[in-house]
Design a protein around this ligand. Structure first.
Ligand SMILES: NC(=O)c1ccc[n+]([C@@H]2O[C@H](COP(=O)([O-])OP(=O)(O)OC[C@H]3O[C@@H](n4cnc5c(N)ncnc54)[C@H](OP(=O)(O)O)[C@@H]3O)[C@@H](O)[C@H]2O)c1
Length: 341
């Protein structure tokens, strides 16, 4: 008999996740029935939405399994479509073993599971990052909504993270001038020296508006917004006429205490006067093109046009630490929990 470990919510709170907010419980799994498979988690994706969802008492009550995606090994199978030994992406939650297949009933439209496409020699964990959901977010969220043109100036926030680092590099592939915004000078060095961004601004240092003006003296044509809040309002105030804003997230409001949500300057007058186009999206919008986009990112990786980094936290027990690393900016690149490590 297989015993699965899973993280459940123990306490809801506002602010940053604390280890005592979650606990590991064990669950004995039944024998496999015809048509089922058993998946053993190897890598778990640590995403900003986890912090956000565990605040949501209504949708995620105490005792419910923390949602999330993973790369797992098919460990046993009574389903020929999911043979033993294959690696699979699964929307299985924070758990070590799962019986599948899951039904396609995720409220956000995430795929329930699929056998990983051939990544050539790249690690399977890339299927949670550049060759998975965050890579698709970066690719289509940027190209589809911002429609960048060569020579245009692009600004991206959380620029050293899983999504932002890919957005900036795709902007470079498309011939744009790229300004990355992130929270440490070390991240900035990586963005400029390794990834080829043109400019970097540390948003935690003073005079952000002036530094942005210096970094983008001709104004901003495209903004990929991962943060919201005042930083985004300042960026919008420096956009050019007919600029495009792709709204991907609002992480500046994710781990604040209740009642302390950031207040930001009004943006409507910039939208009106500069005739800007601002559009939010969910990556699941491109579910029909999922594998096409993964292949495009894979192609750019192989050509050396995209570079990629992971921030790996080892051990299932370290899930809370991995979330805190992500939410406090300790990561450069995609945060992955290595369950077997
Ligand atoms: N719309 C969609 O379908 C979709 C899908 C996936 C992801 N997203 C969004 O994409 C964004 C990035 O996600 P990711 O997975 O790539 O995470 P990530 O960028 O790898 O990690 C999160 C980063 O956010 C930054 N951060 C934390 N608190 C912040 C604050 N108060 N203000 C500004 N920056 C802050 C930290 O970097 P610093 O050192 O720079 O502070 C941290 O490294 C998130 O907003 C996420 O919700 C959207």
């Amino acid at each position: 008999m297989v015993v699965a470990k899973k993280y459940v919510i123990q306490k809801h709170r506002s602010g940053l996740l604390q280890p005592e907010d979650v606990k590991i419980v064990e669950e004995e799994l039944p024998e496999l029935k015809e048509g089922e498979f058993l998946a053993q988690a190897h890598f778990i994706s640590i995403d900003p939405y986890i912090q956000y969802l565990i605040h949501d008492e209504e949708k995620h009550p105490v005792g419910s399994t923390i949602p999330g995606t993973q790369i797992a090994l098919i460990y046993d199978s009574k389903n020929p479509k999911f043979p033993i030994g294959k690696y699979i992406y699964g929307n299985f939650g924070m758990r070590t073993y799962t019986i599948g297949p899951l039904k396609d009933d995720d409220p956000y439209g995430m795929p329930p599971q699929y056998i990983l496409p051939d990544f050539n020699s790249y690690p399977y964990s890339y299927g949670l990052g550049i060759l998975g959901m965050p890579g698709i977010t970066a690719n289509k969220g940027f190209l589809g909504l911002c429609k960048p043109q060569p020579g245009e100036t692009v600004v991206v926030t959380t620029a050293a993270g899983a999504v932002g680092s890919v957005v900036g590099q795709i902007a470079k592939i498309k011939g744009c001038r790229v300004v990355g915004i992130a929270g440490s000078d070390e991240k900035g060095k990586w963005l400029v020296d390794v990834l080829g961004f043109d400019k970097f601004i540390n948003y935690k240092r003073p005079d952000f508006a002036k530094k942005l003006k210096d970094a983008a003296p001709d104004g901003i044509d495209c903004y990929f917004d991962n943060v919201g809040g005042e930083i985004s309002s300042i960026i919008l105030s420096q956009m050019n006429k007919f600029g495009r804003i792709s709204v991907s997230g609002s992480i500046s409001a994710h781990n604040v205490e209740s009642g302390e949500e950031p207040k930001a300057s009004i943006v409507q007058r910039h939208l009106v006067l500069r005739q800007l186009k601002m559009e939010g999206f969910m990556v699941t919008r491109w579910r029909d093109e999922w594998f096409e986009i993964i292949n495009q990112n894979l192609q750019w990786l192989r050509e050396g046009k995209l570079k990629y980094k992971e921030h790996i936290v080892c051990g299932f027990d370290n899930f809370p630490k991995a979330v805190v690393d992500l939410m406090t900016g300790a990561n450069t690149g995609k945060v992955i929990l290595n369950v077997m490590g």
